[in-house]
Design a protein around this ligand. Sequence first.
Ligand SMILES: NC(=O)c1ccc[n+]([C@@H]2O[C@H](COP(=O)([O-])OP(=O)(O)OC[C@H]3O[C@@H](n4cnc5c(N)ncnc54)[C@H](O)[C@@H]3O)[C@@H](O)[C@H]2O)c1
Length: 417
Amino acid sequence: MGQTIGRRKFMGQVGLGAAAALVYPSFKVLGANDRVRIGMIGAGGRGQELLKQVVGIPDAQLVAIADVFKRRHDEAKKIAPAIKTFDDHRRLLEMKDVDAVIVASPLHIHARHFVDTLAAGKDLYGEKTMTWSIAEAEECRNAANNSKRVVTIGLQHESDGSLADARQWIKQGLPGKITQVESWMSRNTPHGKGQWVRPVPPDCTPGNVRWDAFLNGRPARPFDAYKFINWRLFWEFSGGNITENMVHQIAWIMTALELPVPTSAYMSGGIFSEKDGREVPDTIAVTLNFPSDITVLWRSTFNNNRYGLGERLLGSDGTIEHLSGTNDMVTGKSKSAIQFYPEKVNRPDGVALKGESRDQNHMANFIECVRTRKQPNAPVDIGYRSAVAAHMANLSYRSKRAVTLEEAKGMQLSMQG
Ligand SMILES: NC(=O)c1ccc[n+]([C@@H]2O[C@H](COP(=O)([O-])OP(=O)(O)OC[C@H]3O[C@@H](n4cnc5c(N)ncnc54)[C@H](O)[C@@H]3O)[C@@H](O)[C@H]2O)c1
């Protein structure tokens, strides 16, 4: 009874009509004083950052975590001492007092955790990249669309003010026809220390890790602590820097320009920086072609950090330039800003603009949407489109040729890499 009144009251507040399409019914309607009760699957490096974010949100309460590595239970309890801990995510999903689940497990287990979370009737914050493969991305998108659950993907730049600015300028037609986007991401590490390589903690032993659950259907083998900790470096668990970082920028670009999945992709590069046994490349050049006369370029190196990270949307009437962490040639200072520069040839009276929209808190946006049942800033659709673009690039690299969307969907590269 209380639930019915709560829901009616809620629908009355938001009104029907246009908003109805984007509003999802809640499993349990949260009252004004109820906090959103959060569980987490995979409480490693990123998971613990997200736990701290949740602790900082008054409308949310951490209830439980599930992780196959015992050490993570202790680490998570340091952040939220009252939580329950499990080594099997299914036990967490059985909990009635969990409303929403954050998934921050390694990439190759995202799809299982995604689908199981929705099947358990929980709302979902799923870390990027949404899935390890295109087939899984389709499965997860279907699961989300067929459920009434609120789903957001950990593509936090979808909540950035820079994206709101870029969208507004594009909507106003300021850049004219954009035919090319150049984007890049660069890092560096001390000699001999490969990017991402993490030390194996002494308690990372077969007795403390549910290794079979980590493998998640990959061929059985003896416990390998290095791969368990450094899964990012190996194809069977990871998509390398494409699924770690390109996906953030490609999602931002796709949302800004309302791009569908690419028609074709080409990726070249290799392991050029630190030949430390990793399988995924550290030097990358990607070309993604889209049906709407746009080519997007993304390049990346782990060998030089000078130009940080950025995107330039090149239009006939102007350029949108978004820079993060790029060192200014003259001052040596790091810049982070979004700007519009007119092309004098087609916009002679145009003036340069600086974006001023504020960033939203991506986690707070999710929590708010769990309460309001509205669509979050990074819904499943951008998770899907950015995942498909990422996997097309990797499939091209691994098959050493350009691939079309149809070819990529049909490609069955061995899971073992
Ligand atoms: N949005 C971002 O900016 C951002 C930043 C970093 C990482 N990430 C993403 O977060 C995810 C996790 O990355 P990470 O660096 O935290 O990795 P991690 O290895 O530090 O953490 C993963 C955790 O999952 C646990 N785990 C493994 N198999 C499990 C299973 N079957 N059930 C439950 N737990 C399991 C591991 O024990 C580990 O604690 C990745 O998808 C990564 O791409 C996102």
